[in-house]
Write a new protein. Sequence first.
Length: 207
Amino acid sequence: MTVLVSKTDFLYQDLRERIAQGEFGEGDCVPDGHQLKDKYGISRTVVRLSLGRLEEEGVINRRRGSGTFVAEGAREMIASSDGCVKKTTVAFIFGLYQSGNPVFMELLGAFADSAPAGVEAEVHFDPAPRFEHYFAKGADLVVIEGGLLEKYPVITAEYINRVIVLNSVSDIYSYICTDNFLGGQLMTRALIERGHRRIGVFHYGLK
């Protein structure tokens, strides 16, 4: 299993953990935005959002013209709040044969970069998955590759609204599909703009 978190979550959690472990003590100066941007390979916006969350929690104080400092009682504050933090876990389920699929890997990367704070993704490559297994393990939502649907038995009604199917139409679950018609138009337009005129298309299936 692979766990993905957004860049904002990663920086926020990393700084929070370093403060909780005493690497940065009360009154210590936290690395500035430029240093964090370079070290983590992230944008200024991600740095600003991460520090903003820590400031809202009272873990750090930002002083204009002076820097960012660990607040008094920050470690105790983190320890007391950790048990109250609610995370949302999304389980992405793919078949074993999809482990190198660049489309799905790109999708997962986009999810990790744009997921709201507190949302993390678990990525599973499972030859015989079962919805109940992932929900029992704490998943709040399951996103499943459409090709695996036939391997699933019918599930109870309580789970139906917590499942999203990728790239396949479903009469039971919510689903997200690529628009092949619009994609074909865009591809053809791009080829024509490059001077191509004799354009052929190979397609399989009737759907």
